[in-house]
Design a protein around this ligand. Structure first.
Ligand code: HEC
Length: 226
């Protein structure tokens, strides 16, 4: 009888120590590691040193001329070359503002019209951005025959459909920003002014497939008719 009393007292003491003994002590590692954690991998911790770089700093400065996503070098919106200017501005980048320029909407309604001057430079920029971001699915002419459609992506919208031809510019802006059904959102990748440049270019693509003789400048009609 006494034996059991001693054994149970001993177990109780061990139990109390097991539960309360390490109270207040903080562990930096989980006690049990079933799958090896990603803690152990070649990487630099913030503010640590590096043997690889001559100045021993693991945290590197951005390469000179780097423009952060969402910023532009002042006065160089269409400028694609490297620049050493640190003078960046945010006005043409990514905007969370609620005006028409930044959303394509007036309150609940989509607006129509491109709110930046449409000139050859903007269209050229739009062509470039469209070919980079949209043509894989929508096709270079906007006819929904991009390369991805040959790999079983069905249902890509054609810009040559009357529905899209009549769609307000603001709605296209909204689709670029937020996506639509199967189409992903590009708002995080394409700066606001670039979205408008793409829309202006899409309008040019639509026009190119629906031109009439009336679109031909005076004096050139004869040559076209021949
Ligand atoms: C990965 C393929 C893919 C890319 C890239 C893509 N789209 Fe789309 N887009 C789609 C698909 C698929 C649909 C049809 C969505 C649906 O189911 O209604 C669509 C639909 C649209 C529509 C019609 C939306 C509506 O309301 O019916 C517009 C406008 C559009 N895309 C614009 C663009 C623009 C501009 C770009 C480039 C910035 C772009 N898309 C890039 C796949 C793509």
């Amino acid at each position: 009888m006494l034996k059991y009393f001693f054994i149970s007292t001993l177990l109780a003491i061990i139990g109390i120590f097991a539960v309360a003994g390490w109270q207040g002590k903080t562990f930096t590692q989980p006690p049990l590691e079933i799958f090896p954690d990603m803690v152990r991998q070649p990487k630099y911790q913030p503010q640590h040193t590096s043997d690889f770089f001559a100045d021993s700093r693991a945290a590197r400065q951005p390469v000179a001329g780097t423009v952060p996503v969402g910023y532009n070098v002042k006065g160089y919106y269409y400028y694609n070359g490297a620049s050493n200017s640190q003078d960046v501005d945010r006005s043409n980048g990514f905007s969370g503002a609620t005006d028409y320029y930044s959303t394509g909407r007036f309150g609940d309604a989509y607006g129509d019209g491109v709110p930046v001057p449409v000139d050859a430079a903007l269209l050229e920029r739009g062509r470039q951005r469209f070919d980079i971001n949209c043509a894989v699915c929508h096709g270079r002419t906007g006819a929904a025959n991009g390369i991805v459609t040959q790999y079983n992506l069905v249902g890509v919208a054609s810009f040559q459909d009357d529905r899209l031809r009549q769609m307000p510019d603001g709605q296209i802006f909204n689709t670029i920003t937020l996506g639509k059904n199967k189409m992903g959102a590009y708002g995080a990748n394409i700066a606001v002014e670039d979205r408008w440049a793409i829309i202006a270019y899409i309008r040019a693509l639509e026009r190119s497939q629906h031109a009439t003789l009336g679109d031909v400048p005076k004096g050139l009609e004869l040559e076209v008719k021949k």
